[in-house]
Design a protein around this ligand. Structure first.
Ligand SMILES: Cc1cc2nc3c(=O)[nH]c(=O)nc-3n(C[C@H](O)[C@H](O)[C@H](O)COP(=O)(O)OP(=O)(O)OC[C@H]3O[C@@H](n4cnc5c(N)ncnc54)[C@H](O)[C@@H]3O)c2cc1C
Length: 325
């Protein structure tokens, strides 16, 4: 088989890879997205997205062709306080959202699991089958571009490791509130319950792996507590499914995101926010910025990608209150 050549090889077709491909295509740059999963694919994620995501994509929420849930408040619980926080936020199903984003990028997509990447003087060779002048690592936590070019000299920090467990399934819930429980039963993280418009629900739990280990606890124990709590509150009935586990790294103080013509974006670059582990927005923003750096032959930086979620969450609440008054 002859080698497929392109200007930019993108490893991973999630939000980071799709956003990068979209900007490259808009600017007439040829690219090829390689993903080990055929799309649509399942991605463990609560699917909470902010209005800023649509702004970054230069779209309106009404352009989204699938189920888009709008939340005007979040029901929030801390061990000693419960309150309703006014917000203006959305939820999607990643199964639908990611496939839509990738499709609308207009890029060529090949279903291929990347194993070996070899740097050449004039570009990058993947598995002897694909060649690109530029290489974008958008393959999430396990990205082979990170492993090949960044892991040794810029390893991820163990204290940034977030472990999570979640499930999403068709479920008719009578309660349409998005609920978040912070630090419940000393969990170094939070749990969520997100009902979605198209008859699905997503619930899950995530926390800092190092802190959990120090407490001598496992995420499974916290999952069982959450399940009992949801059942007691009447939010869940007869749950017998198996949740999906995943891990990723939240934003570190400094990290390397470029080495020569190889770039990292999204979870491959550990960009999920420090306070809430929100990663879709950072994936989209970083993917777009990689593409702009390639198009304009300019520097690629992540310093203007938000490190925290809370400020924009609170801002959306204030805006929502003003628009309702
Ligand atoms: C349980 C959980 C809940 C979360 N909830 C939220 C939330 O509500 N809101 C939010 O903003 N963020 C959330 N996040 C974080 C968010 O899911 C990620 O930050 C986001 O998916 C990162 O996007 P990405 O494009 O970088 O990576 P991904 O979405 O992981 O995409 C990477 C792609 O690369 C492909 N790939 C990987 N390896 C290879 C290979 N070797 N060859 C070819 N392809 C490969 C994969 O198949 C995948 O399609 C959550 C995370 C978890 C684990």
């Amino acid at each position: 088989m002859s080698t497929q050549k392109t200007d930019v090889l993108i490893v991973g077709g999630g939000p980071a890879g799709a956003a990068c491909a979209g900007v490259l295509k808009q600017n007439g740059v040829d690219c090829l997205v390689l993903d080990k999963a055929p799309f649509p694919r399942t991605k463990p994620c609560a699917g909470w997205i902010t209005p800023e995501i649509f702004r970054e994509l230069n779209l309106s929420p009404t352009d989204y062709p699938h189920g888009l849930t709008t939340f005007r408040s979040f029901q929030i619980a801390f061990p000693r306080a419960k309150f309703k926080l006014p917000v203006h936020q959305y939820a999607i199903r990643r199964y639908e959202f990611d496939a839509w984003l990738l499709r609308r990028s207009g890029a060529r997509v090949v279903n291929h699991e990347v194993k070996t990447i070899v740097p050449r003087s004039d570009g990058y060779d993947i598995d002897g089958k694909f060649w690109g002048k530029y290489l974008v690592g958008a393959g999430g936590t396990h990205c082979p571009v990170y492993r090949t070019f960044f892991q040794r000299d810029a390893p991820r920090k163990a204290d940034a490791l977030v472990i999570a467990q979640e499930d999403e399934f068709p479920y008719q819930t009578t309660d349409q509130q998005c609920r978040l429980w912070f630090f419940e039963h000393d969990l170094p993280g939070y749990a969520w319950f997100v009902p979605k418009t198209n008859g699905h629900v997503n619930f899950g739990i995530g926390g800092l792996a190092g802190a959990l280990k120090q407490q001598g606890e496992t995420l499974k124990q916290h999952w069982e507590l959450l399940q009992r709590q949801l059942e007691a509150a009447g939010l869940l009935r007869h749950y017998t499914r198996r949740p999906v586990g995943h891990y990723y790294y939240r934003r570190a103080r400094s990290q390397r995101v470029r080495q020569e013509n190889a770039f990292l974006a999204g979870d491959a670059a550990s960009l999920a926010t420090y306070d809430m582990g929100e990663g879709i927005r950072a994936a989209i923003m970083s993917g777009q910025r990689v593409a702009q750096a390639i198009v304009h032959d300019s520097a690629y930086g992540i310093s203007n990608i938000p490190k925290y979620s809370l400020p924009s969450l609170l801002k959306s609440g204030v805006k929502s209150l003003v628009s309702l008054s």
